[in-house]
Design a protein around this ligand. Sequence first.
Ligand code: GP9
Ligand code: MN
Length: 418
Amino acid sequence: DGSELVEANNYVRANQIEPSKEMEGIAEGRNLIVVTLESLQSFAINSEMNGQTITPFLNSLTEDEDTIYFENFYHQTGLGKTSDSEFLLENSLYPLSGGAVFFTHSGNTFNSMAESLGNNGYSTNVQHANTKSFWNRDIMYESMNIDKFYDIESFEIGEGEAVNWGMKDIPFAEQSVEHMTEMQQPFYSRLLTLTNHHPFTLDEEDKLIDEYDSNSGTLNRYFQTSRYLDESIKVLFEDLKEQGLYENSIIVMYGDHYGISENHNEAMSQYLDEEVTDFTSAELQKVPFFVHIPGYGEGYVDDEVGGQIDMRPTIMNLMGIDTSKDIQFGSDLFSEEHEEFVVFRDGRFVTDEVVYAGNVCYDKDTSEPTEQDLCAPYIEQAFTELEYSESIINGDLLRFYDEEDGQLTTIPDVELKQ
Ligand code: GP9
Ligand code: MN
């Protein structure tokens, strides 16, 4: 019942922190471009495969003066894969344990980032060259108040421009920027890439590096499709500059989930040159998170431990939009007060000191099991947090929340003490 909202709200308020003053509004009024880097894991960034660079363009961004790159950032998705990452991004709520929330709760009331930006004068859209009903996106995007969905019908796929799941990322990047030239500014445009998706197949001409040489064809090809994805991001940046959209935009990019599952542990251990333990597997859930602000000038690599749940509060603070009255489970990564505690959808968690996986508490420095006591206090918090988020979704509780004044509205059968 609605009393769960009261409890969840109390929990969120008790854990609320002050966003960074320094970063507040740094991108206010600019266009916001968010790119989902399909299946890209952090192990590919600033690394080589048999002497070949996997992501040269993204690597250059990690050293770029206008980019903050988060190297200890984890995905928190479950069965809903890409769609779960979109859900985390838009709502700063956890996805569900039992299925894709895009399918199970698409009729709910949400307070998405898109809706909030829309209320602040932004036109909002998603661009993705796939069938609109995939992951039930067409329905869910309406619930999240996204103005427009540029689905496969909005793209022209010429000869040789499709591979694997559909349109290749390079022509997709080009046409996405063309669409942006027609959008009402300021806009919030979200791009979902697709080529770096299992089974990671490419046309010969798009293979910019060799395959790897393990017993896993999947991992072997993954390096090549990651390399191709990287190239498409370079094209995206070039085209934004060419169209004069670059300077007045902020570009945020994140990896949505792992591309290489635990079925490929043997091949991964060959690549990493170490045994893949439960500890390693948890650490492999790191995905890249880039915040690129043209003209910023003070870029650096940030080692703050964070997760996808933090994207909404972090971005909204950059856009100068107050989220202190929103129900969010994440917080601003740039804030001094940000807590280094990331809960995975399956209950594993990571702090700056420990990793909890397979019911074992690992010391991050040694990668070895350590005293369970060091993890114990977090085990309950992880559970509580997932529970509160889940109860909000299952009860469609944001129906009873007034976003504007941040107050609980009348909840049947509950007496509100405020
Ligand atoms: C499909 C794309 C990929 O539209 O989002 O889906 P995934 O399998 O990664 O969730
Ligand atoms: Mn995906």
